[in-house]
Ligand binder design. Structure first.
Ligand code: SF4
Length: 334
């Protein structure tokens, strides 16, 4: 196997095989070979998205200790970071969404913790939808859902969802891989577009695990895939496993691009960084309110970046930013 051959194969429009992804992931992050892969991933992303990256923006409608206990999440009950449940009023939710719309986000994401009552989420989303411009792309980030609930999300005016099978799902979380996959298929069946990611990557994940997950995300032709590293939540057991650096994350972002078919226009990373953007990431997220990677109740006072911050990081990385509704959702990429 040789890096040049794999790049040539990818240029021919072929998706790389799992063992080829493992080979690419095995290079030193600061090797010339890896920089070649990062450059090629950027070339592909720019070609597919016409040199224009997107910034999506997420707010959480609630904050609550979550019994699903994903070890990497600050909401997990087991982590004891948040002990009280709070939720936005519909007016606050509308204000956050309008702020994102005004800031020029290409899509507005509404998130809730997994056990937030679904009917309440739908009611709140209708308030939000009714106050946004009809062309604004609204995306849901919620727990696993039945086909019936997926249809309700579609009826409420969502264009799509974010949903992922997380690395070591069922081991580092109490959720089942089967249910995560069923939910993805339910969302797709009702016409909701699904964005996903290889996440949350830590130093313990092997190249084989990463390649297998890249391959899985490619298998359902998502609106975007990508890679995001795990952010250690201070004081939690999983924080002791450490954190990968941004360059290693950038390498995984780039290899993910080479593992996707060209029908997938988007390639995300989180948290936003120039290294990700020069490794083929063409999607970042701004965040306000509760954030599963933050211990601040309002992430805008902590780790969260604004739409303008995300755009600046893209511009510093020689990317233009798309103006208008997301092309990754809304059918442009499938
Ligand atoms: S990631 Fe979602 S399901 Fe898991 S603990 Fe956090 S809020 Fe709950």
């Amino acid at each position: 196997m040789h890096i040049g051959e794999l790049i040539k194969k990818s240029r021919g429009g072929e998706v790389l095989l799992r063992e080829e992804l493992v080979y690419l992931l095995g290079h030193e992050p600061n090797s010339a070979e890896n920089y070649m892969v990062m450059a090629e991933a950027t070339r592909i992303s720019k070609e597919l998205s016409d040199g224009k990256a997107e910034v999506h923006a997420q707010f959480a409608i609630n904050l609550a200790p979550c019994p699903c206990d994903c070890l990497f999440c600050s909401f997990a009950k087991i982590n004891g970071v948040f002990t009280e449940a709070t939720e936005l009023t519909p007016e606050q939710a509308v204000a956050y969404a309008l702020q994102f719309e005004n800031d020029g986000a290409n899509a507005v994401f509404m998130m809730s913790t997994a056990k937030y009552p679904f009917e309440g989420f739908i009611e709140m989303s209708q308030e939000v939808r009714n106050n946004l411009m009809p062309e604004t792309t609204l995306i849901a980030n919620v727990g696993d859902q039945s086909l019936k609930n997926a249809a309700k999300l579609k009826e409420a005016g969502f264009s799509g969802v974010y949903h992922a099978v997380r690395l070591r799902e069922g081991i580092d979380t109490s959720l089942s891989v089967k249910k995560r996959k069923e939910s993805i298929s339910n969302f797709k069946e009702v016409g909701l577009e699904v964005g996903t990611c290889v996440e949350p990557v830590g130093p313990e994940h092997t190249n084989e695990e990463l390649a297998e997950m890249i391959e899985f995300t490619a298998s359902f032709n998502p609106s975007y895939s990508g890679a995001a590293r795990r952010i250690p939540i201070h004081g939690t057991a999983i924080a002791k496993r450490g954190v990968i650096n941004e360059l290693r994350m950038a390498q995984i972002v780039a290899v993910t691009r080479l593992g996707m078919p060209r029908t997938v226009m988007g390639n995300c990373t989180h948290e936003p960084c120039t290294l990700g953007a020069i490794a083929g990431a063409n999607l970042f997220w701004a965040e306000v309110g509760a954030n599963p990677r933050d211990t601040e109740e309002k992430t805008e006072e902590g780790r969260g970046e604004t739409v303008s911050d995300c755009s600046s990081i893209f511009q510093e990385s020689n990317w233009d930013v798309w103006s208008g509704p997301s092309r990754y959702y809304n059918g442009s990429s499938s």
